[in-house]
Design a protein around this ligand. Sequence first.
Ligand SMILES: O=C(O)c1ccccc1NCC(=O)[C@H](O)[C@H](O)COP(=O)(O)O
Length: 260
Amino acid sequence: MNILDKIVADKRKEVDLKKSLIPVSQLEKSVLMERNTVSLASALQNSTSGIIAEHKRRSPSKSVINQDLNVQDVAKGYESAGVCGMSVLTDGKYFGGSLDDLLLARASANIPLLRKEFIIDEYQILEARAHGADVILLIAAILNRTEIKVLSETAKSLGLDVLLEVHNEEELQKSIMPSLDMLGVNNRNLKTFEVSLETSKNLSEKIPNDFVKVSESGISTVEAIKELQPYGYQGFLIGENFMKTNDPGKHAKEFISQLV
Ligand SMILES: O=C(O)c1ccccc1NCC(=O)[C@H](O)[C@H](O)COP(=O)(O)O
């Protein structure tokens, strides 16, 4: 079983359990359901840096990245650095995140927030909205076309942007539809965990111009971003490179200062 299969199998059990404990009616009562969401896609289109900075404590590819920071400080740091948005990993078992992290990031910073999660059920989209997200991630490798359509349309009906992530051309071709805002190319091979910016470069011309292009994973230098920009990428999702430092916001600021 590959890592994504394992994560998804665990996620199905987790979502079933949560649905039995916290009904949809309770999520719908969150005051955050009334909040006006902010578009990450628009923020990226109007930016010269396009940084989406991630809160990531650990991962299957790196085990521990940083367990010493608190999400409020990270969110405030990213906001003052001028990032376009923040990605908050909410998976507990593999990434050490939680929905509380999303809630605390929401309370700490006024920037678009992406719920970074393995979404397989509409319930998780409502959870995202109720905990302050502006954007959800859908991963083409774990969903079929019908599921992508249903989940993305649910997100749009709740005022959320949708970032659809692909690893190859097959995933891209099965996924293209109008209910997506951004197409993310993940540079990490989930079988070997190797990262290669060539994945983003090779897929770029296959992505229709209607979508904001985002390059994800393994971006550790300003030069890498400058290399990807001519391929039409306007968004750059960076996790480990910022989170491995003791001040991710400061590091993000240094990056951005070299891109504006
Ligand atoms: O990061 C992993 O090891 C990983 C393993 C399996 C599924 C997803 C994984 N990462 C999620 C992400 O998409 C990254 O956290 C994000 O793109 C940032 O990547 P990086 O800048 O390389 O930390």
